[in-house]
Design a protein. Structure first.
Ligand code: ADP
Ligand code: MG
Length: 308
């Protein structure tokens, strides 16, 4: 089961990734239950591509993202980055990958230290990874600020002096400060006003072109993700149930869960009623449950669906 015929352009290769959390203890302190947050997920992301990951809250999207950057050790499976098996590396060997892979999170306020000004916030990762020093570093930070639509006069201001959209721009500059190749964007626009969401998405696209970035773009609503993603994977209960090129997924969703998710997109025209297709028990036949059901099957070129 491989989505791509040629492996040469694959930057990120996730193979049967599992992340189980223990929850609940009995009176002897033994874990009684296992929460299968991610339960056998495989996909690949090509160089320069944006791979969207969608699914309702709790479906395991962030856990996949955290495993990719080894914020979590995983229960099983492998993650290859540029041909290197990250699952096998110790903290010291991982260090170069900690700059090649960066993340942008949903809430820019909690991910920015309120006691640091913009120069320090964006300069800190450069220091950690030894990218620039002294005046060179300040010039590089000012240059990056411009690229994310802020000004050099913002260098000495603190996070609370900015709007949510501006704070997310600072987080993006911070992520890009170490010249990453791959950026995990975990709901980077979900906390922003609708009016600035499109601006930030457009900026991420411009930066992708300029720096040749590859994105994993996690979202729980589908309206923006179609626009930015080349291909999209749909997660349900810790598993991928469908993977397809964006337009194909929206025009021809095959899995009942994908159909349900798409039908929940808010429809701007009030005359067009949004019809939410109910997810019925059939989903059981389509993906959850057995390991065989978790396997994706190619039904048309590049379009994969779980089960049956
Ligand atoms: P999503 O990003 O799709 O909303 P998450 O990956 O955050 O989903 O969570 C998937 C499941 O894993 C949820 O049931 C969540 O409660 C659980 N989970 C996530 N992180 C942890 C953790 N650190 N410890 C225990 N359970 C977790
Ligand atoms: Mg999440």
């Amino acid at each position: 089961m491989s989505e791509l015929k040629s492996k040469s352009d694959v930057l990120v290769d996730v193979r049967n990734l599992k992340k189980h959390f223990s929850k609940g203890k009995d009176i002897w302190g033994r874990h009684t239950q296992v929460l299968k947050a991610v339960d056998g997920v495989s996909f690949q992301i090509r160089q320069g591509e944006t791979f969207g990951l969608v699914g309702e809250s709790g479906s395991g999207k962030s856990t996949v993202g955290r495993c990719l950057i080894r914020l979590y050790d995983y229960t099983d499976g492998e993650v290859y980055f540029d041909g290197h098996n990250l699952s096998k590396l110790g903290e010291k060997q991982l260090k170069p990958f900690r700059s090649r892979i960066q993340t942008i999170f949903q809430d820019p306020y909690s991910s920015l230290n309120p006691g640091m000004n913009v120069l320090e916030l964006i300069g800190e990762p450069m220091d950690i990874h030894g990218v620039f020093k002294g005046d060179e570093r300040k010039d590089a930070v000012a240059e990056l600020l411009k690229k994310v639509g802020l000004k050099s006069e913002h260098l000495y201001r603190y996070p609370h002096e900015f709007s949510g959209g501006q704070r997310q721009r600072i987080s993006i500059a911070r992520a890009l400060s170490v010249r990453p190749e791959f950026v995990v964007c975990d709901e980077p626009i979900s906390a922003l006003d609708v009016s600035v969401q499109a601006q930030v998405v457009n900026m991420l696209e411009d930066l992708q072109k300029e720096f040749g970035l590859t994105y994993l773009f996690i979202a729980h609503d589908l309206s923006m993700v179609r626009h930015i993603s080349d291909r999209i994977g749909v997660m349900y209960g810790g598993r991928l149930v469908e993977v397809a090129p964006s337009d194909e997924l929206y025009e021809n969703p095959l899995h009942p869960y994908t159909q349900a998710l798409l039908s929940a997109i808010p429809v701007p025209d009030p005359r067009v009623a949004s019809q939410r297709i109910l997810v019925n028990n059939k989903i059981e036949d389509y993906g959850s449950g057995s390991d065989e059901a978790a396997q994706l099957r190619e039904v048309s070129p590049g379009h994969f669906v779980a089960g049956h």
